[in-house]
Design a protein around this ligand. Sequence first.
Ligand code: SAH
Ligand code: SF4
Length: 431
Amino acid sequence: MNAYDAGRMTDLLQQSHKLSVVDSPQQADLIILNTCHIREKADDKIFSELGRLKKSTYRHDPKKRYIFGVGGCVGQAQGAELFKRAPFVDLVFGPQNYHHLPHMLDQVLNGKRQLHDIEIPSESKFDALPTAPDSGFSAGVPVQEGCDRFCTYCVVPFTRGREWSRPVEDILKEVKNLTDKGAKEIELLGQNVNAYLGHDQAGVEHDLALLIRQVSFVEGVERIRFVTSHPGDMSDDLVNAFAEIPELNSYMHLPIQSGSDKILAAMERGHSVAEYMGWIEKLKKACPKITLASDFIVGFPGETEEDFQNTLDLISEVRYGHAYSFLFSPRPGTVAADMEGFIPQEVSQERLERLQELINTIQVEENKAQIGLVESVLVEGEAKKGQGLLAGRTSGYRRINFPAPVELIGTLANVLVTQARPNSLIGELKG
Ligand code: SAH
Ligand code: SF4
């Protein structure tokens, strides 16, 4: 989502102020950091990065007036407070305000300083954005933003705002625009994408399953993916979509965070481990080759060794194709930040290492299990390493490299998997 937002800021400023993208901050007139607030580490990085940028641009040209902006969720969370830690910043805005950038930039150019715009507006930023740019063969399209779930550890509902779904026609128009420009795969994006509930012009309600079906009808769409889903918003229709819609990739990112019912309750995730496993079973039945992915938080307040062991057991049972894992990070303003039962850093760190080792072991085994299969691969370009090799992704979102002529870039090719690496596959073209 942040990558999409950054791309749209670029389009907008290209159109309004004829700005173009440069290769280094020193060459720039305007430098925007599009930021993430989800964990403390990401947050801290912003200030060291701002300091570094300020110093290097000043050293490069002490007379030049570089304009600095901070957008995204740190901008949203900090607002005017940010100027205290980084007074040289000119613009602060949130993820729902970046369509105001041209106007804000005009004000800075007219001599205004330290502007902030974080009031979540009632109008949709999408209406103010230029048509979607050329984004390559695989392109993201936001369909849903914000979150109403308020998991006790999470800042998203505060920074991205309330849940909101884009109208169906707007999405289909953007998809058509992207396929006209060469996109083959459409990635439907949302903080809680399977809570999507939009309407078409006739007022007909569409859930995510119906939206996927509509997107699959758009000419040129060969593949569809969607991220990220919440187990509490699963539906049988969405499960069936994997069996019924050939364009839908056999991949699902369905984070559970913890394998302990006690911790899930403390996180207020709104479902049990058994309910989650019920959905996993249904998904595997509907699409036996599905690749499953999850996020995990390790060291949530009150997590005992037994709770943690339950998480490891769940990972072994589901056998994820890949997973993201994080140390619990207390975020200002969230309920969990003030919870008792803080887990010492050395304990949670050691648990995280054990969890990542298990995830990696299973990932390697699952990659090896692909050997001998013929996969449909979206060929995205030449491989970084190895001459004459092309690189792409399987429908289960595994990276694969294989020797083939460059003419195949941008097409779907059938590739036999011949070798497995920890993070990718090797293959050969199959007729
Ligand atoms: N809506 C998605 C996830 C959005 S945030 C969902 O509910 O699954 C992406 C991931 O960041 C989360 O899945 C969680 O694993 C992690 N995360 C969010 N807040 C966190 C925190 N305070 N500490 C550590 N990890 C966190
Ligand atoms: Fe955050 Fe996801 Fe929970 Fe929403 S559902 S509060 S985005 S973790």
